[in-house]
Design a protein around this ligand. Structure first.
Ligand code: PDD
Length: 281
């Protein structure tokens, strides 16, 4: 695999980042995941805009223009022959010569930028989307700025492990009695023709897939209600689903052991998946 590190295309075995990098020492960095279908980038512009916002919120300099970033994405897709898969992008505050809580001087320390591809044949045709996934609920104990896409992913990672241990596929996080989001996706329930999902705030990531799916849902005359919901309400809903760049729209058929819609995907989530895939390609 060819990867991109600080302006260079290199074989992955030759790519290097300093041990003093603040991404490594302090999770002082942000990332984006953009999916690739038929060799084409999905929602690149949205990801580039959110990246800039994450960097601005953390006072981090963007080392690359949006045009150059698009070019690097396209070049990596080409060099690695990706038809279906993902591109991972990470920018950290860089590597001053030592460990220090104080941010390094941006005049002397450049941010580190890394991109690599992940080949995932069958991403659009994912069999899990036909069966639906099972989720458990866990307490949301993450920090308060989840709208910034930082690389602090230890708790989401632990959440996935808790789900796995419980025989489920993923976890929905709950704060003050209501669902925030999934470990790496936004969460929704469906009641009749109405889609309900938490409104945007610092408590959740502003999903790029979320924005697109809600737009398509409104265009298809579905009702969209942006408000909080509890696990109990979700367990009584007709359907549930999650969205992200890596899963698109994924039906949820079980929440904390309670089956929804007889344990099979309903009508709305599969239709939204189809619309999303059709419209984004
Ligand atoms: N995760 N919420 C969280 C906590 C996420 O980590 C993600 C994305 C989303 C969905 O955002 P988007 O639609 O822009 O992908 C919501 C990526 C895919 C990841 O960490 O791999």
């Amino acid at each position: 695999r060819t990867v991109y590190v600080n302006g260079e295309y290199l074989p992955e075995t030759e790519a290097k980042v300093s041990i003093f990098d603040r991404g490594f020492l302090m999770a002082d960095g942000v990332y984006e995941v953009t999916s690739v279908l038929d060799g084409k980038l999905i929602d690149f512009e949205g990801h580039a805009l959110r990246l800039q916002r994450s960097l601005d919120e953390l006072d981090m300099r963007n080392p690359i223009s949006s045009e150059d970033l698009l070019e690097v994405h396209r070049e990596l897709v080409r060099l690695n022959g990706i038809d279906e898969g993902m591109i991972y992008l990470q920018i950290t505050r860089g590597a001053p010569g030592d460990r220090d809580f104080v941010f390094p001087d941006p005049e002397t320390t450049d941010p580190t930028i890394v991109l690599f591809t992940q080949n995932k044949p069958g991403l659009a045709d994912n069999p899990a989307a036909k069966q639906g996934i099972k989720v458990i609920s866990i307490e949301d104990i993450r920090w308060g700025r989840r709208d910034i896409k930082t690389v602090q992913l230890l708790y989401p990672s632990m959440g996935k492990m808790m789900a796995k241990k419980a025989g489920a596929d993923d976890a929905w996080m709950v704060e003050d009695g209501v669902v925030t989001e999934g470990t790496s996706n936004n969460a929704y329930i469906v009641k009749g023709n109405r889609i309900i999902t938490r409104s945007l705030s610092q408590s959740i990531l502003h999903g790029i897939t979320r924005a697109a799916v809600l737009r398509f849902a409104r265009e298809a005359q579905m009702e969209v209600e942006e408000r909080d919901f509890t696990i109990a309400e979700a367990q009584e809903a007709d359907e549930a689903f999650v969205t992200s760049a890596s899963t698109f729209v994924m039906p949820v058929v079980e929440i904390d052991g309670v089956a929804l819609g007889g344990g099979v995907p309903g009508r709305v989530a599969p239709r939204l998946r189809e619309i999303y895939l059709d419209e984004s390609r």
